[in-house]
Write a protein that binds this ligand. Structure first.
Ligand SMILES: O=C(O)[C@H]1O[C@H](OP(=O)(O)OP(=O)(O)OC[C@H]2O[C@@H](n3ccc(=O)[nH]c3=O)[C@H](O)[C@@H]2O)[C@H](O)[C@@H](O)[C@@H]1O
Length: 409
């Protein structure tokens, strides 16, 4: 006689339950013991090995016309200067491939928004680290770069006391990694890279000229940039790489860096929070040769356009190569207090100022660029004063963030 229907049903249920738990158990065992360890690198490489990724790199590296032969790898392309330089290069028709590791030194969503801007301009930004030699080789295999605009770095003077290792990793090991792949490339690209006004350190001769001493850095940040200049000399000397270092002076402007004073002063003034203005010994004024981003971009492009070809092939030097260093400043220093006055006027909000002696944090008291060398060799001529530049910054800031609370991206 047939068994009642509910007996069949309950047996069916127990078998499927058993099957379910067995599969789940086996799944967990497999997941825990047999899965290959997922390193950030391997997961990234999986994404970056596809034909789609490669064709995006190749397309981005293609100049817009046959008459344009400049193909530029921009490292730190989602950074402040990197974004502006990449967009400017692409606008005039150069092939441009960006590279950025989107680290979280400051809000990565701002970097992603900059990347979106570049995508619209036709620049593909590869997500990866300059220390990843395999990735760099892959990029050089896909695209014959004529120039590398090396702007990736661990920036910020004061943060070097908090995280010294990040400066060594990005500004020394990272630079060597970029120079290594460049010296082995065939043809070798010419290198243009970001040094810093901070290399002048405790130098008191003003305005700072490229001839002045740079052997007294006052922060680890400055020391890594100075080390970069010496490393550049070595690669130029041994391998015939053409290398141009640009000493930027406190660059500011739209899409800027939130860790810089003009940026967080704006944020804090709008929020009604106190801001600290540093002063030197005996109440002396602290000042900077604040330089507007558009002027810096012009300097970068001029450095690229006047860069001579590297002379080596296959890692061997064939003759002497160009080695240059330029100051890119505004040559018109302003006290930090004046920067705050301008911001107050533009924002129509009174700042809650606290004036304190400058802590021993690696900051220097004063910077002032002598730009005659850049004027002569690059035709560099800054045209934006602090008030005009801050006006453009504030207008961007209000548009992007609103009047205080984070909104955009
Ligand atoms: O030109 C350069 O070489 C350097 O310019 C900036 O460094 P810095 O000039 O120190 O710029 P900020 O950090 O924006 O500071 C600007 C001024 O504001 C002052 N400051 C900063 C912070 C603060 O709370 N109060 C204050 O008065 C600083 O002492 C400095 O005089 C960048 O952060 C560096 O990455 C770059 O290399």
């Amino acid at each position: 006689m047939d068994k009642p229907l509910f007996v069949h049903r309950s047996r069916y249920h127990s078998i499927s339950k058993l099957l379910f738990w067995t599969l789940l158990f086996l799944g967990v065992i497999f997941f825990v013991f047999f899965r290959p360890p997922p390193t950030p690198d391997s997961s990234r490489r999986l994404l970056q090995d596809g034909p789609d990724w490669e064709s995006r790199v190749i397309k981005s590296g293609r100049p817009k016309s046959v008459n344009n032969r400049r193909i530029v790898l921009v490292t730190g392309a989602a950074g402040f200067v990197g974004t502006h330089v990449s967009a400017a290069l692409r606008r005039r028709g150069d092939g441009v491939v960006g590279l950025d590791n989107f680290n979280s030194y400051y809000d990565p969503s701002l970097k992603r928004a900059r990347r979106a801007l570049l995508e619209r301009a036709g620049v593909f930004v590869v997500e990866g680290d300059i220390n990843d030699a395999e990735l760099l080789k892959k990029l050089f295999g896909l695209v014959k770069f004529t120039h590398v605009m090396h702007l990736a770095a661990q920036a910020g003077v004061r943060y070097a006391m908090e995280n010294p290792a990040s400066y060594v990793k990005s500004n020394i090991a990272g630079l060597v990694s970029v120079l290594e792949v460049s010296k082995s490339a065939n043809p070798q690209p010419a290198i243009i890279w970001a040094s810093s006004s901070s290399v002048y350190g405790l130098n008191t001769k003003s305005p700072f000229s490229e001839e002045d001493r740079t052997d007294q850095p006052s922060s680890l940040y400055a020391a890594t940039k100075k080390a970069g200049e010496e490393i550049a000399h070595t690669y130029n000397h041994i391998y015939g790489l053409s290398i141009t270092g640009l000493r930027f002076f406190t660059v500011y402007g739209p899409w800027g860096r939130p860790d810089m004073a003009y940026f967080f002063f704006t944020k804090d003034i709008l929020k009604g929070k106190k801001i600290t203005i540093f002063e030197g010994p005996d109440h002396t004024t602290v000042g900077r040769d604040f330089t507007y981003i558009d002027d810096i971009v012009k300097g970068c492009l001029a450095a690229l356009d006047t860069a001579k070809k590297s002379t080596g092939t296959g890692g061997k030097k064939k003759g002497p190569a160009q080695l240059r260093v330029f100051n890119l400043g505004n040559t018109s220093p302003e006290p930090v207090g004046r920067l705050v006055d301008i911001l107050e006027t533009l924002l129509r909000v009174k700042a809650k100022k606290v004036v304190l002696p400058m802590p021993a944090n690696g900051d220097v008291l004063y910077t002032h660029a002598n730009i005659s060398l850049a004027q002569r060799e690059l035709g560099y001529k800054p045209t934006t004063n602090l008030k005009t530049g801050l006006k453009k910054f504030v207008s961007w800031y209000l548009d992007y963030y609103g009047t205080g609370k984070k909104s955009a991206v």
